[in-house]
Design a protein around this ligand. Structure first.
Ligand code: APR
Length: 258
Protein backbone atom coordinates (compact mmCIF):
# COMPACT_ATOMS: atom_id res chain seq x y z
CA UNK A 1 0.00 0.00 0.00
CA UNK A 2 1.48 3.40 -1.03
CA UNK A 3 2.02 5.75 1.94
CA UNK A 4 1.05 9.42 1.80
CA UNK A 5 4.72 10.38 1.48
CA UNK A 6 5.37 7.85 -1.31
CA UNK A 7 2.38 9.19 -3.25
CA UNK A 8 3.56 12.76 -2.73
CA UNK A 9 7.11 11.83 -3.84
CA UNK A 10 5.69 10.28 -7.03
CA UNK A 11 3.51 13.35 -7.68
CA UNK A 12 6.47 15.70 -7.10
CA UNK A 13 8.70 13.64 -9.42
CA UNK A 14 6.04 13.66 -12.16
CA UNK A 15 5.65 17.43 -11.87
CA UNK A 16 9.42 17.95 -12.04
CA UNK A 17 9.72 15.65 -15.06
CA UNK A 18 6.95 17.50 -16.92
CA UNK A 19 8.36 20.98 -16.14
CA UNK A 20 10.54 23.06 -18.48
CA UNK A 21 12.66 25.02 -15.92
CA UNK A 22 12.95 23.85 -12.31
CA UNK A 23 14.52 26.02 -9.60
CA UNK A 24 15.12 25.02 -5.97
CA UNK A 25 14.76 27.71 -3.27
CA UNK A 26 16.77 26.38 -0.33
CA UNK A 27 16.89 27.29 3.36
CA UNK A 28 18.58 26.25 6.60
CA UNK A 29 16.45 23.10 6.89
CA UNK A 30 18.43 21.44 4.09
CA UNK A 31 21.63 21.77 6.12
CA UNK A 32 20.02 20.69 9.40
CA UNK A 33 20.89 17.07 8.58
CA UNK A 34 24.55 18.20 8.28
CA UNK A 35 24.43 19.42 11.88
CA UNK A 36 24.04 23.12 11.00
CA UNK A 37 21.41 24.68 13.30
CA UNK A 38 18.36 26.32 11.76
CA UNK A 39 17.38 29.85 12.83
CA UNK A 40 13.70 29.68 13.77
CA UNK A 41 11.54 27.00 15.37
CA UNK A 42 12.05 25.56 18.88
CA UNK A 43 15.73 24.63 18.36
CA UNK A 44 16.53 27.65 16.17
CA UNK A 45 19.58 29.84 16.86
CA UNK A 46 17.58 33.07 16.90
CA UNK A 47 14.96 31.46 19.15
CA UNK A 48 17.70 30.51 21.62
CA UNK A 49 19.99 33.55 21.39
CA UNK A 50 17.81 36.27 19.87
CA UNK A 51 18.16 37.66 16.32
CA UNK A 52 21.40 39.49 15.42
CA UNK A 53 21.39 43.22 15.99
CA UNK A 54 19.86 44.94 12.94
CA UNK A 55 22.23 47.89 13.52
CA UNK A 56 25.29 45.74 12.81
CA UNK A 57 25.33 46.81 9.15
CA UNK A 58 24.69 50.47 10.07
CA UNK A 59 27.72 50.29 12.35
CA UNK A 60 29.76 48.85 9.50
CA UNK A 61 28.75 51.71 7.22
CA UNK A 62 29.29 54.38 9.91
CA UNK A 63 32.74 53.18 11.06
CA UNK A 64 34.12 50.21 9.04
CA UNK A 65 37.48 50.37 10.85
CA UNK A 66 35.87 49.97 14.28
CA UNK A 67 33.56 47.31 12.86
CA UNK A 68 36.57 45.31 11.70
CA UNK A 69 38.30 45.81 15.06
CA UNK A 70 35.18 44.34 16.81
CA UNK A 71 35.09 41.21 14.63
CA UNK A 72 36.50 38.93 17.35
CA UNK A 73 33.74 39.99 19.74
CA UNK A 74 31.10 39.32 17.04
CA UNK A 75 32.65 35.92 16.29
CA UNK A 76 32.27 34.83 19.91
CA UNK A 77 28.53 35.57 19.72
CA UNK A 78 28.11 33.08 16.86
CA UNK A 79 30.65 30.48 18.04
CA UNK A 80 28.09 27.62 18.02
CA UNK A 81 27.15 28.34 14.38
CA UNK A 82 30.78 28.81 13.32
CA UNK A 83 31.79 25.45 14.82
CA UNK A 84 28.91 23.61 13.14
CA UNK A 85 29.72 25.26 9.79
CA UNK A 86 33.40 24.37 10.11
CA UNK A 87 32.75 20.63 10.43
CA UNK A 88 29.65 20.33 8.21
CA UNK A 89 29.63 18.07 5.13
CA UNK A 90 26.91 17.71 2.48
CA UNK A 91 24.04 15.35 3.35
CA UNK A 92 21.71 13.18 1.23
CA UNK A 93 19.58 16.24 0.42
CA UNK A 94 22.51 18.17 -1.08
CA UNK A 95 23.60 15.09 -3.05
CA UNK A 96 20.05 14.55 -4.38
CA UNK A 97 19.98 18.15 -5.69
CA UNK A 98 23.36 17.53 -7.37
CA UNK A 99 21.91 14.37 -8.94
CA UNK A 100 18.77 16.20 -10.17
CA UNK A 101 21.02 18.80 -11.82
CA UNK A 102 23.14 16.09 -13.47
CA UNK A 103 19.97 14.34 -14.69
CA UNK A 104 18.86 17.64 -16.30
CA UNK A 105 15.81 17.82 -14.01
CA UNK A 106 16.97 20.84 -11.99
CA UNK A 107 18.21 24.04 -13.70
CA UNK A 108 19.22 26.25 -10.77
CA UNK A 109 19.55 26.53 -6.98
CA UNK A 110 18.78 29.78 -5.14
CA UNK A 111 20.19 29.20 -1.66
CA UNK A 112 19.75 31.29 1.46
CA UNK A 113 22.48 29.21 3.11
CA UNK A 114 26.02 30.60 3.48
CA UNK A 115 27.60 27.17 4.21
CA UNK A 116 29.12 26.29 0.80
CA UNK A 117 27.64 22.76 1.06
CA UNK A 118 26.05 22.84 -2.42
CA UNK A 119 29.47 23.44 -3.98
CA UNK A 120 30.99 20.71 -1.78
CA UNK A 121 28.27 18.33 -3.03
CA UNK A 122 29.16 19.14 -6.66
CA UNK A 123 26.19 21.32 -7.66
CA UNK A 124 27.06 23.89 -10.35
CA UNK A 125 24.22 26.34 -11.05
CA UNK A 126 23.91 28.19 -7.72
CA UNK A 127 23.02 31.71 -6.62
CA UNK A 128 23.78 32.54 -2.96
CA UNK A 129 21.35 35.30 -2.03
CA UNK A 130 22.83 35.70 1.48
CA UNK A 131 26.46 35.24 0.43
CA UNK A 132 29.05 32.54 1.19
CA UNK A 133 31.06 32.21 4.41
CA UNK A 134 34.21 31.11 2.52
CA UNK A 135 34.35 34.36 0.51
CA UNK A 136 35.17 38.07 0.93
CA UNK A 137 33.36 40.79 -1.05
CA UNK A 138 33.89 44.43 -1.98
CA UNK A 139 30.68 46.22 -0.98
CA UNK A 140 31.11 48.67 -3.86
CA UNK A 141 32.05 46.59 -6.95
CA UNK A 142 30.85 43.19 -5.62
CA UNK A 143 34.06 41.43 -6.57
CA UNK A 144 34.62 38.34 -4.43
CA UNK A 145 37.69 36.38 -3.27
CA UNK A 146 38.22 33.24 -1.25
CA UNK A 147 38.76 34.09 2.43
CA UNK A 148 41.80 31.84 2.31
CA UNK A 149 44.68 33.79 0.85
CA UNK A 150 42.96 37.18 1.09
CA UNK A 151 45.57 39.47 2.62
CA UNK A 152 44.34 42.00 5.20
CA UNK A 153 47.14 44.51 5.66
CA UNK A 154 45.03 47.45 6.81
CA UNK A 155 41.72 47.96 8.61
CA UNK A 156 39.29 48.32 7.02
CA UNK A 157 40.66 46.36 4.02
CA UNK A 158 40.27 48.21 0.71
CA UNK A 159 39.22 46.55 -2.55
CA UNK A 160 42.37 45.53 -4.48
CA UNK A 161 40.39 45.94 -7.75
CA UNK A 162 38.25 49.11 -7.61
CA UNK A 163 40.56 50.60 -4.91
CA UNK A 164 37.71 52.57 -3.33
CA UNK A 165 35.30 49.99 -1.90
CA UNK A 166 35.60 48.41 1.57
CA UNK A 167 35.94 44.62 1.76
CA UNK A 168 33.98 42.50 4.24
CA UNK A 169 32.89 38.87 4.52
CA UNK A 170 30.52 37.91 1.69
CA UNK A 171 27.81 36.89 4.16
CA UNK A 172 24.89 39.36 4.02
CA UNK A 173 24.18 40.87 7.44
CA UNK A 174 20.75 41.76 8.80
CA UNK A 175 19.94 45.21 7.43
CA UNK A 176 22.48 44.88 4.58
CA UNK A 177 21.09 45.19 1.03
CA UNK A 178 21.31 41.99 -1.04
CA UNK A 179 24.22 42.40 -3.53
CA UNK A 180 22.76 43.59 -6.83
CA UNK A 181 24.32 40.83 -8.96
CA UNK A 182 22.91 38.07 -6.76
CA UNK A 183 19.46 39.68 -6.55
CA UNK A 184 19.27 40.21 -10.32
CA UNK A 185 20.19 36.57 -10.94
CA UNK A 186 17.51 35.35 -8.49
CA UNK A 187 14.87 37.47 -10.25
CA UNK A 188 16.09 36.25 -13.64
CA UNK A 189 15.93 32.58 -12.56
CA UNK A 190 12.48 33.00 -11.00
CA UNK A 191 11.20 34.52 -14.25
CA UNK A 192 12.32 31.47 -16.25
CA UNK A 193 10.98 29.03 -13.66
CA UNK A 194 7.75 27.01 -14.11
CA UNK A 195 8.31 24.74 -11.11
CA UNK A 196 9.92 25.84 -7.81
CA UNK A 197 10.96 23.49 -5.00
CA UNK A 198 10.77 25.13 -1.55
CA UNK A 199 13.26 23.13 0.49
CA UNK A 200 13.84 23.65 4.23
CA UNK A 201 12.83 27.29 4.37
CA UNK A 202 10.33 28.91 6.77
CA UNK A 203 9.59 31.36 3.91
CA UNK A 204 9.39 34.42 6.18
CA UNK A 205 12.51 36.30 5.06
CA UNK A 206 12.30 38.65 2.06
CA UNK A 207 13.18 39.05 -0.74
CA UNK A 208 13.78 35.25 -0.92
CA UNK A 209 10.21 34.42 0.13
CA UNK A 210 8.84 36.57 -2.70
CA UNK A 211 10.26 34.39 -5.50
CA UNK A 212 7.80 31.47 -5.00
CA UNK A 213 4.92 33.95 -4.95
CA UNK A 214 6.12 35.39 -8.28
CA UNK A 215 6.46 31.89 -9.78
CA UNK A 216 2.95 31.02 -8.64
CA UNK A 217 1.44 34.23 -9.98
CA UNK A 218 2.96 33.54 -13.40
CA UNK A 219 1.28 30.10 -13.49
CA UNK A 220 4.16 28.01 -12.12
CA UNK A 221 3.95 25.02 -9.77
CA UNK A 222 5.24 25.00 -6.18
CA UNK A 223 6.45 21.91 -4.34
CA UNK A 224 7.27 22.19 -0.59
CA UNK A 225 9.79 19.90 1.14
CA UNK A 226 9.59 20.53 4.88
CA UNK A 227 8.57 18.54 7.99
CA UNK A 228 6.59 21.59 9.10
CA UNK A 229 4.02 23.88 7.59
CA UNK A 230 5.03 27.34 6.33
CA UNK A 231 3.11 30.47 5.24
CA UNK A 232 3.46 29.25 1.61
CA UNK A 233 2.11 25.71 2.15
CA UNK A 234 -1.37 26.68 0.92
CA UNK A 235 0.10 27.87 -2.41
CA UNK A 236 1.83 24.53 -3.10
CA UNK A 237 0.51 21.86 -5.46
CA UNK A 238 2.55 19.14 -3.73
CA UNK A 239 3.82 18.96 -0.13
CA UNK A 240 6.49 16.48 1.02
CA UNK A 241 6.06 16.59 4.80
CA UNK A 242 9.40 14.94 5.57
CA UNK A 243 13.09 15.74 6.10
CA UNK A 244 14.75 16.87 2.86
CA UNK A 245 17.29 14.05 2.75
CA UNK A 246 14.59 11.37 2.68
CA UNK A 247 12.16 13.26 0.42
CA UNK A 248 14.66 14.39 -2.25
CA UNK A 249 16.39 10.99 -2.36
CA UNK A 250 12.95 9.47 -2.98
CA UNK A 251 12.32 11.87 -5.88
CA UNK A 252 15.70 11.03 -7.50
CA UNK A 253 15.05 7.27 -7.15
CA UNK A 254 11.57 7.59 -8.66
CA UNK A 255 12.93 9.58 -11.65
CA UNK A 256 15.78 7.09 -12.11
CA UNK A 257 13.55 3.97 -12.15
CA UNK A 258 10.75 5.36 -14.36
N1 APR B 1 14.45 19.04 6.05
C1 APR B 1 13.68 20.03 5.51
N2 APR B 1 13.27 21.13 6.21
C2 APR B 1 13.63 21.19 7.51
C3 APR B 1 14.42 20.19 8.15
C4 APR B 1 14.84 19.07 7.35
N3 APR B 1 15.58 18.10 7.84
N4 APR B 1 14.61 20.56 9.45
C5 APR B 1 13.96 21.76 9.62
N5 APR B 1 13.36 22.13 8.47
C6 APR B 1 12.60 23.35 8.17
C7 APR B 1 11.86 23.97 9.35
O1 APR B 1 10.57 23.41 9.50
C8 APR B 1 11.77 25.44 8.92
O2 APR B 1 10.59 25.68 8.16
O3 APR B 1 13.53 24.32 7.76
C9 APR B 1 12.99 25.62 8.02
C10 APR B 1 14.12 26.49 8.58
O4 APR B 1 13.63 27.79 8.73
P1 APR B 1 14.60 28.97 9.23
O5 APR B 1 15.36 28.53 10.39
O6 APR B 1 13.74 30.17 9.37
O7 APR B 1 15.65 29.14 8.04
P2 APR B 1 15.51 29.92 6.65
O8 APR B 1 14.15 29.84 6.08
O9 APR B 1 16.62 29.47 5.81
O10 APR B 1 15.81 31.44 7.12
C11 APR B 1 15.98 32.43 6.14
O11 APR B 1 16.78 33.99 7.75
O12 APR B 1 17.96 34.30 9.62
C12 APR B 1 17.99 34.48 8.29
O13 APR B 1 19.89 34.67 6.93
C13 APR B 1 19.14 33.74 7.63
O14 APR B 1 19.14 32.63 5.49
C14 APR B 1 18.44 32.76 6.70
C15 APR B 1 17.07 33.38 6.51
Amino acid sequence: MTTGLEAAIEEAARRIASSRYVVALVGAGLSAESGVPTFRGPEGLWTKHGEPDLRDYERFVEDPKRWWEMRQERASRFAELAQALESAVPNAGHLALRDLEEMGQLQHIITQNIDNLHQMAGSQAITEIHGNRTKMRCVLCNRRWPVEGFVIDELPPKCPECRSGIVKGDTVMFGEPIPRDALDECINQSRMCDCMLLIGTSAVVYPAAQFPIDVKSSGGVLIEVNPNETPLTSLCEVVLRAPAGEALTGVVEWLRQR
